[in-house]
Design a protein around this ligand. Sequence first.
Ligand code: AHM
Ligand code: MG
Length: 337
Amino acid sequence: EANPEVQTDIITLTRFILQEQNKVGASSAIPTGDFTLLLNSLQFAFKFIAHNIRRSTLVNLIGLSGTANSTGDDQKKLDVIGDEIFINAMKASGKVKLVVSEEQEDLIVFEGDGRYAVVCDPIDGSSNLDAGVSVGTIFGVYKLPEGSSGSIKDVLRPGKEMVAAGYTMYGASANLVLSTGNGCNGFTLDDPLGEFILTHPDLKLPDLRSIYSVNEGNSSLWSDNVKNYFKALKFPEDGSKPYSARYIGSMVADVHRTILYGGMFAYPADSKSKKGKLRLLYEGFPMAYIIEQAGGLAINDNGERILDLVPTEIHERSGVWLGSKGEIEKAKKYLLK
Ligand code: AHM
Ligand code: MG
C-alpha cells in the first residue's frame, strides 16, 4: 500500500519547464532544448551559491579561530564567489552569449553561438550576509536579436522584452520564483534531493494589503510627494487602521514577502541618490517582470511602467515602486501630485 505521507509524483523545475513548453509550442521565444539547458545552468548556479552561503558561517568561524582574517574579508569573498559561480555556469551552458553582472563593470561576451543574454545581481543584499539574513540572486534573460553577435545593444532594451526573469532567495530554504512570461511560479530547493520542487504554482499577489516596505531612514531626503504618501499610510485621514512597516533591506526578501502577503515595496530616488539606489537592468526589470506576472504593478518615481523603460547604460539606476495593484495605484496618485 502506498504511503500517503510520501509524495511520489512531484513536479521538479525541469519537468515543469518541459510541460510549459509543450503548452506554448514551438512558437515560443524560447526553443525547448536551449532554454532547458540554460535553466539547468541557472539551477546549478543557485544550488552552488546556496551551498556556499549555508556553509559560510562555519568557514568564517574556523577562519576566525585559526587566522587573523576578519569576517568582513570572508563575506566580501562570498560576493566574488557568487559572481564567479554565476558567470562560470552561464559560460558552461553553451547557450549564453553575454552576461551583465552587478559585480562586473563591463559586460562579458563569451565565444560560441549562444543566443541568450543574461543579466544578474549574483548576491543581492550582501550587507545582510553577516547576520544570516536572507539574500538572493536576481536574473533576467533576453534573447539576442537575429543577426546579433553579442553587443551592449542586446541588453539596452526595455524590460518587457525579457523572455524570462526571476530570483532565488537564500533563506530558511532556497526559494526560486520564475516567470517565462506566462504567470509566475515558486519552487523550493529540496536540499538532499538537489531539486527545485514546484511548491507555489501560479503565484498571485493580493490586490490590496496595508504593508509598506521602504528604508524610512532616508525620509528627510525624500521629495514632498514621497513624504506625503508615507505619511498618509501612517496617519490615515479617513480614520482607518495605519499600515504595518516591514523592511528587511534585502530586495529579494522584501519582494518575496510582498508577493506572498501583498503590500508595497519602494526605493525612491532622494536628494542624495538622485537616480535612486537600485539598478534598472538586473534589479528593477526582473522584479518588475515577476511582480507584473503575479498580477501586481511596478513603476518608477514618475509613475512610468518600469518594464517600458530603456536603459542607456548597463548599471543605470532607477527609483522603484512595486507591489499590489491597488497599493501601487495609490502611491502613483501621490507621486504625480
Ligand atoms: P546591493 O546590490 O549592493 O546588495 O544593494 C541592493 C540592496 C537591496 O537588496 C536592498 O533593497 C537595498 O540595497 C537596501 O538598501 P539600504 O541599505 O539603503 O536600505
Ligand atoms: Mg544588488
